[in-house]
Design a protein around this ligand. Structure first.
Ligand SMILES: [Zn+2]
Length: 119
């Protein structure tokens, strides 16, 4: 299946989606949701991309509570993920040519550099 996220990020999402299936979601307003599971409660803000568990703010990647709220609103979860977790970002990072430096013996080092001793 083709998706925007890297395979590793997609696997994490799938696990979290499974987890959020058991959570109860109550809307507070259009963007804010109260998410409950096993006597615990979190507040998710889809517009600010925050959750009271703080995971979402730190990783820029949705926690299971955020995914539960996104499910309630039929929101595509990839819109909640930072570009860092997307395939295209990975491809772009390696799109610049990388020139190999070759074997140490083939290096041409100016004498004033070669003479320097680092202690
Ligand atoms: Zn959370």
């Amino acid at each position: 299946m083709h998706h925007q996220l890297t395979d590793a990020a997609h696997l994490v999402i799938l696990k979290r989606v499974e987890k959020c299936a058991y959570m109860t979601v109550n809307p507070v307003d259009w963007n804010i949701f109260s998410v409950k599971w096993s006597r615990k409660q979190w507040t998710v803000d889809l517009a600010q991309k925050t959750c009271t568990c703080n995971k979402f703010q730190m990783d820029m990647f949705p926690c299971s509570h955020e995914l539960a709220a996104a499910r309630e609103r039929n929101l595509d979860y990839t819109s909640l993920c930072s570009d860092f977790y997307k395939r295209q970002t990975l491809i772009d990072a390696y799109s610049v040519p990388i020139v190999p430096v070759g074997h140490l013996s083939s290096w041409i080092v100016p004498t004033d550099i070669a003479d320097r001793v680092i202690k």
